[in-house]
Ligand binder design. Structure first.
Ligand code: SF4
Length: 323
């Protein structure tokens, strides 16, 4: 899948928020890609655009999302349903909000099972659906799946709810899994288990993955390539080890330095300032009001991506190109 020059605005009472400002991202077959950046920088908006599940006040201003030769933004509803049913799926960050509180797990999961193989000619009996639901719950290592199926979401723990969401996503996914901060709302001890589970299932099924996470350690241990996003722009992309050992963009450097260490060095100062106002975002490089290295050109012209080593380490910063 390739996202090219994606622009998305949100209409609000304050004016139009120019959130995505020409986003580019690519994920190959079987590739695992990470997407990192502060809250509010457009990561979730980008991924919601892929499945065309943006909020009703969002306007796609330009760009395309190519998946297997077709622009997902332009396909008809029937084809879009097919993409969601068979090809691309998403795990959301809040499992409590992702599950309907008035339905039992068996009803929700049963619907997903039916939907995901809806075009199959096989006639599904109630027993067959029940059996398939049990199978997917076992795959996500949920203990006592019979009891889980007969429960409402509030009768289960956060970790169990997220496993159900993972089960639902993986029932449908054939090609690409988007995991949007899948561990944010979970205990630290459960986070590790859930990430491991996603990693194993993805490897078993040979899926491509886009992992959005604030847990940089988890990203480092899971993905092949990392994209760094700031204020609606991709600012750096590189192989995982290279990005973590040699971050080039001033924003990436600040982001990695902001991670609290367990070595008694205290807390870093983080990155000064905050994400810009999207109604009137800064001209040129959107990071320039927070950047210690900003020069004149940074305030006038947005930097393109420069490939700094000829091997795909790309950075959108005038420090690495003509400017
Ligand atoms: Fe800083 Fe300029 Fe690079 Fe933007 S383009 S990160 S302002 S040096």
């Amino acid at each position: 899948m390739e996202i090219k020059d994606l622009y998305v605005n949100y209409k609000t009472y304050l004016g139009e928020l120019k959130v995505l400002n020409g986003v580019n991202l690519k994920v190959g077959e079987g590739e695992k890609v990470g997407l990192i950046g502060e809250s509010g920088c457009g990561k979730t908006t980008t991924m919601r655009a892929v499945l065309r599940i943006l909020a009703s006040n969002a306007i796609i201003k330009g760009g395309c999302i190519n998946f297997k030769g077709k622009d997902v933004l332009k396909v008809e509803d029937k084809e879009l349903a097919d993409v969601r049913r068979k090809h691309i799926t998403m795990i959301f960050q809040d499992p409590t909000a992702a599950l309907n509180p008035v339905f039992k797990v068996k009803d929700m999961l049963g619907d997903v099972v039916k939907f995901s193989i809806g075009s199959s000619s096989e006639k599904l009996t109630k027993e067959k659906i029940h059996e398939m639901c049990l199978k997917v719950l076992r795959e996500v290592a949920l203990p006592d799946p019979e009891r889980v199926l007969d429960s409402y979401p509030f009768q289960l723990s956060g970790g169990m709810r997220q496993r159900i969401c993972i089960a639902m996503s993986l029932t449908a996914a054939r090609d690409l899994l988007i995991a949007d901060e899948p561990t944010t709302n979970l205990d630290v001890t459960i986070q590790d288990q859930v990430l491991r589970l996603i990693k194993n299932l993805v490897e078993e099924r040979k899926l491509s993955v886009i992992l959005i996470s604030h847990a940089l350690g988890a990203v480092r241990g899971t993905v092949d390539r990392v994209y760094v996003m700031y204020a609606g722009n991709m600012v750096e992309a590189a192989e995982t080890n290279e990005l973590f050992s040699e971050p080039l963009h001033p924003y990436t450097q600040g982001l990695l330095q902001s991670v609290p260490k367990l070595t008694g060095e205290g807390f870093s100062e983080g990155i000064k300032g905050h994400i810009p106002d999207y109604v009137n975002p800064p001209f040129g490089c959107r990071f320039h009001p927070r950047c210690d290295y900003a020069k004149e050109v940074c305030q006038k012209e947005a930097p393109p991506f420069f490939d700094v080593n000829g091997k795909g380490h790309e950075v959108a910063c005038w420090l690495y190109g003509k400017g």
